[in-house]
Design a protein around this ligand. Structure first.
Ligand SMILES: [Fe+2]
Length: 200
C-alpha cells in the first residue's frame, strides 16, 4: 500500500494514484509503537503470557528514569512499553477511549493513541476469539466492518473488508485483532477528509 499517493483536486475531489513513485519513502511496517504502562510486571504477564507476544528486548533507563520493554508482534514489528515512576495517571476519554467501541463512544483526545490493531489471519480470527474468552479476556464479538451506513454487518458478506475483535489491556489501552478479508481497491478511498472547521 506504500506505492500510492492521495490528494484533493481543486474541485475538492479526493484522488489517489497507485503508480509507483521512485522518490517516495518506503515503509516496511511498524518498527515499534511505544505506550506507557503503570506496572511493567503486569504488562509483561498480559502481553507475553495471555497474548503470546514474546518479550524480545528490555532496557533499564539511566538515572532511575524507568524501563523500556519490547514485545514481538510478528512481521519484524514490535510493541513497546515505557514504565516511568512519575507518569501521570490514566486519562480515559483523553489519552485513550473510555471503553471498547462496541460499548459506546470510542473518542479520545487529539494526538492520543486511540487503539492498536494487530493483523491476524481471517482464517483464524474466530479461533482467536474463542481463545481470548478461554483466557479470561473480556472482548467484543467478531465485528464485520463494511461500507453500510453504520459500517458494521451481522453477516459476513463480500463487501466486508475487515473483521475485528476489540479488547483492553490491564491499563485500559484499547487493542484489536483485525483480519483484512479482501484486497482494497481505489473505490475504497472515496471520502473527502474532514477539516478543523467542521468541529463544533
Ligand atoms: Fe481499528
Amino acid at each position: 500500500m506504500n506505492q500510492s499517493s492521495t490528494w484533493i483536486d481543486p474541485a475538492g475531489q479526493l484522488n489517489s494514484n497507485k503508480a509507483a513513485l521512485p522518490e517516495a519513502f518506503e515503509y516496511r511496517g511498524i518498527s515499534h509503537l511505544a505506550l506507557v504502562c503503570s506496572d511493567m510486571a503486569r504488562t509483561v504477564d498480559f502481553y507475553s503470557n495471555l497474548l503470546d507476544m514474546p518479550l524480545v528486548k528490555t532496557i533499564e533507563l539511566p538515572a532511575g528514569m524507568g524501563q523500556h520493554f519490547f514485545f514481538d508482534i510478528g512481521n519484524n514489528d514490535t510493541l513497546a512499553f515505557f514504565w516511568f515512576p512519575d507518569s501521570a495517571p490514566p486519562a480515559p476519554g483523553v489519552a485513550a477511549p473510555k471503553r471498547r467501541p462496541d460499548q459506546g463512544n470510542a473518542t479520545s483526545a487529539i494526538g492520543s493513541m486511540n487503539h492498536i490493531a494487530f493483523d491476524v489471519s481471517p482464517d483464524r480470527i474466530d479461533e482467536f476469539h474463542a481463545r481470548l474468552i478461554a483466557r479470561g479476556i473480556p472482548c467484543s464479538v467478531v465485528v464485520n466492518h463494511d461500507d453500510s451506513e453504520w459500517t458494521v454487518s451481522e453477516d459476513l458478506h463480500p463487501g466486508v473488508f475487515v473483521r475485528s475483535i476489540y479488547f483492553q489491556d490491564p491499563d485500559g489501552i484499547l487493542l484489536e485483532f483485525a483480519a483484512w478479508t479482501r484486497p482494497l481497491t481505489p473505490e475504497d478511498v472515496s471520502h473527502v477528509p474532514a477539516t478543523a472547521d467542521r468541529r463544533p
